[in-house]
Design a protein around this ligand. Sequence first.
Ligand code: ADP
Ligand code: MG
Length: 597
Amino acid sequence: STSSDRYEYQAEVSRLMDLIVNSLYSNKEVFLRELISNASDALDKLRFLGVTEPELLKDAVDFDIRIQADKDNGVITITDTGIGMTRQELVDCLGTIAQSGTAKFLKALKDNKDAGGDNNLIGQFGVGFYSAFLVSDKVTVSTKSPKSDKQYVWEGEANASSYTIREETDPEKLIPRGTRLTLHLKRDDKGFANPERIEKLVKNYSQFVSFPIYTWQEKGYTKEVEVDEDPTEAKKDEEDGRLRRRRRLRLLLSATGIGSSLMKLNQFGLLVQLRNPKEVTKEDYNEFYKKTFNEYLDPLASSHCTTEGEVEFRSILYVPAFAPMGKDDIINPKTKNIRLYVKRVFISDDFDGELFPRYLSFVKGVVDSNDLPLNVSREILQESRVVRIMRKRLVRKAFDMILGISMSDNREDYEKFWENFGKHLKLGCIEDCENHKRIAPLLRFFSSQSEEELISLDEYVENMKPDQKDIYYIAADSVNSAKNTPFLERLAEKDLEVLFLVDPIDEVAIQNLKSYEEKNFVDISKEDLDLGDKNEEREKEMKQEFGQTCDWIKKHLGDKVASVQISNRLSSSPCVLVSGKFGWSANMERLMKAQSM
Ligand code: ADP
Ligand code: MG
């Protein structure tokens, strides 16, 4: 017999609800993430205020979030034991848009629409409390602030311009503290009221929320319990006793399994526990990796970093043990390998170079920031100074991690890495000049003096002759054809090492690097190769002797060659076809041909 008061929404709220419901249609599931994040915020606020006002915590209830799914009636309730709301706060928070963040959202949404932008983008926004109406006909918010001795019920319906507030009088519905949201699902959305579906959504979006999230699981244990009974085994007395004990335990479990049981859904606090890298073991990191990315194998390496000060974020990065199947498809930036969290709420893994350059897209990891708004959009990501700083640090961390593998005592680790992700780094030589210094030491090649084992540029440089100025390379389609090329003859005679570039991308990568440790990369198949051993006297003699022969050959070959020259480049072969100084190398020509086919 309580009267309820009716209030009109502020005009912007009606507009916002309209927009949300119409634009987010295909991404409805975000409602749960938003409501859980509000519950988590409310718990955070209470925890914070409780430090200076302990009387707020006089009701000794746990800090947690409970979600109940009532399949039969299509109802979901989300209960938190957080700060709750007073009557006035209900009006202020759920009837008006006080938040500048939300106002910005409205503007961005409008600009995007005006610019003909696609609506999918909106799925990236945090849309707050009103997202409840994506899936609900009616939403009830029953809430008790520790500052008030009364509990109030806010009730609103989809597509309505007003809501009501009344006092909660049903003694069964009274809660000591916090907020209970009841979502009466729309006919087509009743499927969300399913514990398994809730579990999946929580695991995806709210895995690391700092408070435990529970749901009720129906008749949990009975199945698991009846498995391993085998009476024929029970021959000895001792075994008999053990069996009896086991059976008793089983009965006990099935007794608690009747009806429903609370099940924890998230790895709450895991990211918080990971705050201090010193306290975390390698096993913890590996476990976290496998859970987060549904991986079966341990990663090759991990790197944990917490940054404070200018921009605050935490990250844990991993190098996977293997490239995903179909690894030829290396330039796939949309790997969903980086999961971005804002205050431990999952925001997105749908990045395209914003957090990592695409050639590093094989790196997996989670990034948790406190400095980004929950309603972060792709536009915001691209323009944000915070994101730029994050990106720079993440890239540096990733290189440190890879360098770590390369310096490991176990040479196999890096070989494995190189086999899986070497191509990515070569792509980096082409796409990321800024990081050449970081990439170059990580490259590996076969060479004329190491045909079986890959060497680094550092190893090459170490093996250079005292008067050798350049780093020599030859591009070919295999180690075998590289080592049989006539160009090698004279260098082999002088014991000069030549890198074998046998991957089509190698030559382009090397040409982009230009030099390493101030030593230029020099293609030994180009016509002006100078090994610093010119003998002008002898060259003159040779030219005189064979000049006519050259002219004769040129006449017969015509346009097929640019010129025919005497050279000192060979020791046993009579002649060789070389590329012009400014032309493509033979390998490049092969590449270009392959591409135009
Ligand atoms: P935001 O979370 O960005 O502030 P929302 O639309 O999600 O925007 O929520 C609006 C406001 O409603 C919150 O700022 C908070 O004051 C209040 N609120 C929402 N849910 C809860 C809750 N479970 N407990 C307490 N207050 C809440
Ligand atoms: Mg919110």
